[in-house]
Write a protein that binds this ligand. Structure first.
Ligand code: COA
Length: 370
């Protein structure tokens, strides 16, 4: 295996930030870091030993996927952890080791940074992409900043995906381009959709046409995009917002990136998002418990799921850590103990929803694009 060229950071050396970042992809201002890895720096198993924490290593060992997927996952983790380390070192003088930077997918698959060093006002946002043996990651430190990154190879053979990926309006933009630019711009538009989906944390699950391209600027590589039906229901506060995504072609790759600054208030999770998180967390905590029926919102912790008091405390602690918010769980548990009643996951979601602080309906998402 060839020795990889890690651009942006390698353990023991301090390469400049943004080295290897295609010009124009990511602004050099602001507390962001970009990292690109083009190949493994050593055997994959040795890299896994060096950079993964025990939970991640177990995940990697058990991952049931083709070799290509396992390797890209690992390379993505290397790029992501490197980007977060660069950011923490440059902006905060912190030097956590690779294993101390945990990366855990949230219920929607969005990578979330975890670690003992994380505090309420310190939660980096992170995005990862990989293709054809190259991985890139973009991380940001400022509260309320969301990041999304994507890359695709022009060498990868794809035919006629445009009819499914793009609306008639979007296809007419492509039709207006010189023939030799069409394939490249179709990929730029695709990558732009992925960057927005990743930055908002749901990927393209709302549907490809829910991410609607309203304009392209061939000189600068900028793509303008709005959310449409499908995505608007997920993000009602972003109705009518125009997102600007940078796209760049460099040799056979097309890259896209978006850095989106939310308004003063951080996006507060909706009641449904809290419930999704709780069900995901319950799935994790009880994966070996062998229930006859699937865990649902109505499932009750003690009588149906067999929780003991300590299990409930572990769950409550995980919830507080996840939301970086202290909530009166001790009182809740004492109250249900006194009343000798049980607690459903739905009720727990109501409790978390009530105690998450600032109201959700802040309508002032500013949408500044850096
Ligand atoms: C997220 C998504 C855009 C990734 O696209 P892709 O071309 O397959 O893969 P990429 O290399 O660009 O990105 C993969 C990374 O995206 C990140 N990702 C996955 N889900 C994400 C989400 N909901 N939000 C943000 N990032 C996400 C992960 O870090 C993943 O890498 P990892 O699994 O190794 O950690 C895509 O898988 C998706 O939209 N999934 C939603 C499911 C769906 O409905 N897909 C149908 C659309 S065709």
């Amino acid at each position: 295996m060839s020795v990889g060229n890690i651009v942006g950071n390698s353990p023991g050396t301090q390469a400049p930030l943004f080295e290897g970042c295609p010009p124009g992809l990511v602004p050099r201002s602001g507390r962001t870091a970009y990292c690109r890895v083009d190949a493994f720096p050593c055997e994959p198993a040795a890299l896994a030993d060096r950079i993964l924490n025990p939970l991640e290593r177990e995940h990697w060992t058990r991952m049931r996927a083709v070799d290509k997927r396992r390797q890209e996952w690992l390379l993505g983790r290397y790029a992501a952890k490197s980007a977060v380390r660069l950011l923490l070192e440059r902006d905060l003088g912190m030097q956590p080791s690779f294993p101390e930077i945990g990366i855990v997918p949230d219920p929607y698959g969005c990578p979330r940074v975890e670690g003992a060093w994380i505090a309420a006002d310190l939660q980096p946002s992170l995005s990862i992409a990989h293709s054809q043996g190259t991985a890139v990651a973009l991380a940001a430190l400022d509260p309320g900043v969301l990041v999304g990154i994507d890359l695709e190879s022009l060498n990868h053979r794809r035919e006629n995906y445009e009819a499914v990926a793009f609306s008639p309006d979007e296809r007419s933009m492509l039709a207006g381009l010189p023939y030799e630019l069409r394939q490249e711009w179709a990929l730029r538009m695709w990558c732009a959709k992925e960057s927005v989906g990743k930055a908002l944390g749901r990927g393209l699950s709302a549907g490809l046409l829910a991410f609607h391209i309203t304009g392209i600027e061939s000189a600068s590589g900028k793509v303008e995009l709005e959310l449409r039906e499908g995505a608007i229901e997920q993000f009602p506060r972003l109705r009518g917002k125009s997102f600007t995504i940078s796209t760049v072609r460099e040799s056979s790759f097309v890259f896209s990136a978006m850095i989106y600054q939310q308004g003063v208030a951080r996006m507060r999770p909706s009641r449904q998002e809290i419930l999704d998180y709780l069900l995901h967390k319950m799935g994790e905590l009880t994966q070996d418990w062998d229930y006859p029926d699937p865990v649902s919102a109505e499932s009750r912790l003690f009588t149906e799921l067999g929780f003991e008091s300590l299990d409930a405390v572990v769950l409550c602690t995980a919830i507080q850590e996840h939301y970086h918010t202290a909530m009166p769980f001790a009182e809740l548990l004492a109250e249900i103990g006194q009343q000798q009643r049980d607690l459903s996951i739905n009720e727990l979601a109501d409790f978390v929803d009530t105690h998450l602080g600032a109201p959700a309906g802040v309508d002032s998402v500013s949408g500044r694009i850096q």
